[in-house]
Design a protein around this ligand. Structure first.
Ligand code: C2E
Ligand code: MG
Ligand code: MG
Ligand code: MG
Length: 280
């Protein structure tokens, strides 16, 4: 009977693998045409400045959404990895940047107040020597104020210590763009390494926010924020879901927060309604 069970679980296992592979191949095929068919959209999640008395929207993070013709919304968690493995991320990444610049240019004309946009960059995009030049050209095309754009990179982008990557980041900084280190704390960066990176902002990963009630974790975040401020880094926390977490981050002097407690990522028209209704 053992043999029978092994055989059965083997078949089930293989079937799942087959389905996973099929889904993967289908998504890869469909991704290829998704840019041309305009199936992507950017959503915008507000970032809130909690430094001052009143909480104020300082800008947004642009988050890509794929509206697949038959599958509906596909999460970036799923398709960004496929896009990277198939190198389609270069085309998709360029689309994201152009779309964000277009949006910023529209907000610059529409609103008196400054709204910043953060754009996620995949590690692969930072291996492309012409990236900074293309970004510069696009920024001129849309006449955007570059200091309002921040690029978010993850530690993976820096892991193999590619000189190209650091070079591109420095080029972007020289152009007045800002750089944020995203998902900080789940990778391997040491504090001493941090001081050598051309970054402006540290984004504390949401997995730490979920553990704020753990006092050791709290001490860690407290020290991290203090250290970052001494290094002239702005600190933003992602994944704030409760008023309790907001209170704690205020107490710890975190500069900005992002999370479902205030807003989920929103389609542009919904975000604009919020901006137009509220003067904060
Ligand atoms: P990320 O850059 O760390 O973005 C934050 C993610 O956390 C987003 O997921 C956001 O919707 C989610 N989030 C925000 N607030 C909360 C909260 O309070 N609780 C919880 N549980 N989650 C929250 P999303 O939009 O699914 O994106 C996932 C990841 O996909 C992003 O993580 C980023 O790594 C990648 N991604 C998204 N858009 C792009 C893009 O345009 N280009 C690239 N290269 N990657 C992207
Ligand atoms: Mg991000
Ligand atoms: Mg993040
Ligand atoms: Mg993340």
């Amino acid at each position: 009977s053992n043999i029978f069970l092994d055989d059965l679980s083997f078949q089930i296992y293989n079937k799942q693998m087959y389905l996973d592979k099929l889904e993967y191949e289908n998504l890869k095929r469909d991704l290829r045409s998704a840019v041309k068919k305009e199936e992507f959209k950017l959503y915008y999640q507000p970032k809130i400045n909690i430094n001052e008395n009143q909480n104020k929207i300082s800008g947004v993070e642009a988050l890509i959404r794929w509206n697949h013709p038959t599958l509906g919304l596909v999460s970036p968690q799923k398709f960004i990895k496929i896009a990277e493995e198939s190198f389609l991320i270069r085309e998709i990444g360029d689309w994201v940047i152009e779309e964000a610049f277009k949006q910023l240019s529209s907000w610059q004309n529409k609103y008196d107040r400054d709204l910043g946009i953060s754009v996620n960059l995949s590690p692969l995009e930072l291996c492309d020597k012409n990236k900074a030049a293309r970004i510069k050209k696009l920024s001129q095309k849309y006449q955007i104020r570059r200091e309002l754009i921040e690029f978010e990179i993850t530690e993976n982008a820096l892991l193999d210590n590619r000189s190209d990557t650091i070079k591109i980041l420095k080029e972007l900084k020289n152009l007045d763009f800002s750089i944020a280190l995203d998902d900080f704390g789940i990778g391997y960066s040491s504090f001493s390494y941090l001081s050598r990176l051309p970054i402006d902002t540290l984004k504390i990963d949401k997995s730490f926010i979920g553990k704020l009630s753990d006092s050791k974790n709290m001490i860690l975040i407290d020290s991290l924020i203090e250290l970052s401020h001494k290094m002239n880094l702005k600190v933003i926390a992602e994944g704030i879901e409760s008023s309790e977490q907001l209170k704690t981050m205020k107490k710890l002097k975190c500069d900005e927060i992002q999370g479902y407690y205030f807003y989920k990522p929103l389609p542009v028209d919904q975000f604009e309604k919020i901006i137009e209704k509220n003067y904060y």
